[in-house]
Design a protein around this ligand. Structure first.
Ligand SMILES: C[S@@+](CC[C@H](N)C(=O)[O-])C[C@H]1O[C@@H](n2cnc3c(N)ncnc32)[C@H](O)[C@@H]1O
Length: 315
């Protein structure tokens, strides 16, 4: 095992990560004292999303190990990064790695905190920094190698109430399939997104998952048609809805005057990936979406049509 690893990125200084695990004592030290394969993929995925995505974001990392994920997000402009682990010794390592790679920015943007996954205490008293402030994104790499910890990890993901980017590795046959099924059964909405790795072990055996916790992070509630051609403007109560015309991210809905005149009411979502849309056929009360639309659920109730958008596209 190497004492350090270097992660190169175009046009930026490489990130150098110290690792304290050595072959002789690998069963005695924390699993997090070296960078795992999932950590490499998460690092690359964070870079792929780019500075536009990370700028100003509040990011929490679970099971951080060496701190690589959080350090990468901080370098790309995340405003507040909290890396967590249950093991104090790896948090020291993460802190040292942050200092070496973030320089002066480390003290203003990067923090560490002990955090053991699990349900909220019965009396509701959570004092860990992880649960006392809101987050924009949760990140984590290679946290699912121990099946017994899956329920605890899910508890924590649900408590954090933010979209999650997770890398997971297939170490045993069908492990990833079971993990996906488990997460879905626990009510988490899951997308496997394109891995930044194109070949080799990581491309074959490590997946990038984006997880959302229903109720969704944005919900567009559309006023019901009075009669065809006389639609009311859509209302979007989502807190994350940006002002009209602003940089895409979040949900925005609202038909143009021309679209309103039609029996097909079109709503557009501004997302990181561009503008997506779906249409409600006001006569038939049916929704029509593009095949890769973020809409995953649509319900019609008297007085309201509502839809839910996949969080993977709206964070
Ligand atoms: C396999 S290592 C991955 C480290 C790093 N994310 C990476 O990919 O390089 C798993 C990390 O999760 C932490 N961990 C495992 N179970 C945990 C739990 N129940 N609560 C909090 N942290 C946990 C370990 O201490 C370790 O640092």
């Amino acid at each position: 095992l190497l004492p350090s690893r270097v992660f190169w990125s175009k046009g930026a200084k490489p990130i150098k990560i110290k690792q304290t695990m050595s072959t002789g004592e690998m069963w005695q030290v924390s699993t997090g004292s070296t960078v795992w394969g999932g950590g490499v993929v998460l690092q690359r995925y964070i870079e792929t999303l780019g500075a536009d995505f990370w700028a100003g974001k509040r990011v929490i990392e679970l099971g951080t190990g060496t701190g690589l994920g959080g350090i990468t997000a901080a370098r790309l402009g995340a405003a507040d990064v909290l890396v967590t682990d249950r093991d104090a010794s790896v948090l020291e390592l993460a802190e040292a790695n942050a200092g070496a790679n973030l320089g002066a920015r480390a003290s203003s943007t990067f923090r560490t905190s002990l955090l053991e996954w699990g349900p909220a205490p019965m009396d509701g008293s959570s004092v860990e920094p992880a649960y006392t402030q809101p987050w924009d994104v949760v990140i984590g790499a290679d946290l699912t190698y121990n099946r017994d910890a899956w329920p605890l990890l899910v508890d924590t993901i649900k408590r954090l109430q933010a979209p999650v980017i997770l890398t997971a590795s297939e170490r045993r046959p069908n492990e990833l399939q079971s993990l996906q099924q488990f997460l879905s059964e626990k009510g988490l909405q899951l997308d496997v997104v394109q891995s930044p790795m194109t070949e080799g072990y990581a491309a074959r055996n490590i997946r990038v998952l984006r997880i959302a916790k229903p109720p969704p992070f944005a919900k567009a509630v559309l006023s019901q048609a009075q009669a065809p051609g006389q639609m009311r403007a859509a209302k979007v109560p989502s807190k994350s809805a940006p002002a009209r015309g602003k940089t895409p991210s979040g949900v925005q809905a609202g038909p143009s005057a021309k679209e309103k005149a039609s029996e097909l009411l079109r709503y557009t979502f501004n997302t990181k990936e561009g503008q997506l849309w779906y249409e409600v056929d006001t006569t038939l009360k049916q929704v029509r979406a593009l095949p890769d639309s973020p809409i995953h659920a649509y319900t019609h109730r008297a007085g309201h049509d509502s839809c839910q958008a996949s969080a993977s596209t709206i964070i």
